[in-house]
Design a protein. Sequence first.
Lengths: 106, 106
Amino acid sequence: MKNGHLFQHIPAELPEEISESLLTAGNVRIERIVSKGHRSASDFWYDQQQNEWVVLLKGEAGLRFEQDELPIHLTPGMYVNIPAHARHRVEWTSASEETVWLAVFY
Amino acid sequence: MKNGHLFQHIPAELPEEISESLLTAGNVRIERIVSKGHRSASDFWYDQQQNEWVVLLKGEAGLRFEQDELPIHLTPGMYVNIPAHARHRVEWTSASEETVWLAVFY
């Protein structure tokens, strides 16, 4: 789908985190991710081939880089650039509302 | 700046629309655009070399493609993909609050 709405079409129940590709073109991919209380598995670290620019648009989350002792507390509007292979994990997301992320992989 | 906040650091007065590059890498550029009552000049049409994926995150705007009779009324969360050379213009943006756009050129 080329046009759409980031805050609509969210299922009432979210047993799993949802990732949807909104656009793919060449080496660029734009994804919407919706979490609700989800977090990375214990001791799991993302170690991605691509760079990721991500903004949190709704909800709240704790994003931790392996090199840092504490997670970054993300609230709506905050964006972070995650270079390829910068190991990171989602420590927590809000359990009381959906957390909507927009990620640009490049 | 690699990390930041889309809804902060907005000047109190916006005599001109503001476009800031948040990230540039290869053929990808991510921009924040802040408008307040701004619109494209009469009879001006954007005709861009690059594709643009744009989402409105705050405020309201009317985005018109030349091929369409009426603008699309964008409210927060709505995104539109604008292929290269798809002629378009901003017919209006809210005069009462800032309109914040996030654009990914690719």
